[in-house]
Design a protein around this ligand. Structure first.
Ligand code: ADP
Ligand code: MG
Length: 426
């Protein structure tokens, strides 16, 4: 995949309308009060927005928010399948679920952060959006309603894409800065690019430069640290990184399936029996490719999955029947830290243990510390990994923390990302 894409700096936007796809999919308070509990994603979009406005563009921003169901019938069907009483599934209830995912709070917060008015459209491509887009002047910004209120959004309906592009007019430009959504081929993330010249904003530019650079042309040795809960969710990542990395380090819950595949006993640890052969295949692939594959030597174990469980150290291949592995042990930490020390690039996806429990956070903390101390380019991909690094206080010591959870995983799998592929090549 070509990661060398045109950016906002490569196009002239002065006096033009720019359709800007952002990732404003912010967490909202569960009580339906419309309170945004973390505005990080809105803040992250500010540099691109400010740049476009400064250049004299009129910005038509859009994003999805949550997972609204735009069809009442489908909504009612899904609720009924979840065991809800069909008689209670009224149109009013459905409308409430949509109301809770309106963009009003986002427009308000964006306006506060920018220190200027943000015009909010009542629809996505309807009469209100059209009238407001037509009246929008250079240096002004508006926000469309939740793109997923349109049935065609997730289907990547060309009619919807065309209508969205139409809001920017004949000489309009499409800018995508929604890295968190580039793995989805939706109308607003990919479809629109068929109708407007398409370039990246600064967020996507940085992701492509650093993560794309690390995958396409890494400073070596390239060390990949893979952990998290399941082998099954990381198969693509392990397989792809075995093609390009010099060293692969395995930790977290997935390590026990590897240990079992190698003939170890793993007690009650997280185990995916369907993936034992796959683990052995990956071990064989590593040998064949000359990639060093490091597995835990020792583990901190517990009698139960609980924050108060007493940590007990066991050798990785001989975990007692009534114990589960919760973290990597001190010998493993030492080996993993040493492997990171002289790396040129480190890509890390997946915590080394159940870091949410302080007694089992040491492995993740020690690896984060080793990354903070190395001179290597350090890249964190994956939602929980990013959260762990932030929670442990190492966020500002990393070269790059990817902003997209699912998108960064698919990036590391070497998959083509529709929202990136659709942008103009440099
Ligand atoms: P990411 O979001 O970074 O891709 P994952 O979602 O794959 O990471 O995995 C994160 C989760 O893995 C964390 O919630 C962590 O508690 C869990 N985990 C790590 N080690 C273990 C383990 N030994 N047993 C059970 N869960 C684990
Ligand atoms: Mg996760």
């Amino acid at each position: 995949m070509n990661y060398n894409k045109k950016t906002v700096k490569d196009v002239d936007v002065k006096g033009k309308k720019v359709l800007l796809r952002c990732d404003f999919n912010v967490p909202m308070a569960k009580d339906g009060s419309g309170v945004i509990t973390d505005d990080k994603r809105i803040r992250a979009a500010l540099p691109t927005i400010q740049y476009l406005l400064d250049q004299g563009a009129a910005v038509i921003a859009c994003s999805h928010l949550g997972k609204p169901e735009p069809s009442f019938d489908k909504w009612a069907k899904k609720q009924a399948e979840k065991g809800k009483d069909p008689a209670s599934l009224t149109k009013e209830k459905w409308e409430k679920t949509l109301e809770a995912l309106c963009m009003e709070p986002v427009a308000k917060r964006l306006s506060e952060l920018l220190g200027r008015d943000v015009v909010l459209a009542a629809d996505v491509v309807g009469p209100d959006a059209q009238a407001k887009a037509a009246a929008l002047q250079p240096g002004q910004i508006m926000l469309l309603q939740n793109t997923r209120f349109e049935k065609g959004e997730t289907k990547n309906d060309p009619e919807l894409a065309k209508a969205m592009a139409g809001l920017a007019g004949a000489d309009g430009v499409y800018v995508s800065d929604a890295f968190g959504a580039v793995h989805r081929a939706h109308a607003s993330t990919a479809g629109v690019a068929a109708y407007l010249p398409a370039v990246s904003g600064f967020l996507i530019e940085k992701e492509l430069e650093i993560m794309g650079g690390a995958l396409a042309n890494p400073k070596r040795p390239l060390v990949a640290i893979l952990g998290g809960s399941k082998v099954s969710s990381k198969i693509g990542v392990i397989n792809h990184l075995l093609d390009i990395a010099d060293t692969i380090i395995i930790g977290g819950g997935m390590a026990y399936t590897f240990a079992k595949a190698q003939g170890g006993s793993v007690g009650t640890s997280l185990l995916e029996s369907d993936w034992l052969d796959y683990c052995n295949d990956m071990i064989a692939k590593a040998k064949e490719k000359g990639v060093a594959l490091l597995l835990p030597e020792d583990n901190l174990c517990a009698a139960e999955f609980s924050a108060d469980a007493v940590p007990v150290l066991h050798s990785a291949m001989t975990i007692p029947d009534d114990m589960m592995g919760m973290d990597i042990g001190p010998k493993t930490i030492e080996a993993y830290a040493a492997a990171v020390k002289n790396a040129g690039t480190v890509i890390w996806n997946g915590p080394m243990g159940v870091f949410e429990f302080p007694s089992f956070a040491e492995g993740t903390r020690a690896v984060a510390k080793a990354l903070a101390e190395t001179d290597a380019i350090t890249i964190i991909g994956g939602g929980d990994s990013a959260a762990a690094v932030a929670q442990l206080g190492f966020a500002d010591k990393m070269t790059h923390i990817s902003t997209g959870g699912g998108a960064s995983l698919e990036f590391l799998e070497g998959k083509e990302l529709p929202g990136v592929a659709c942008l103009l090549d440099k």
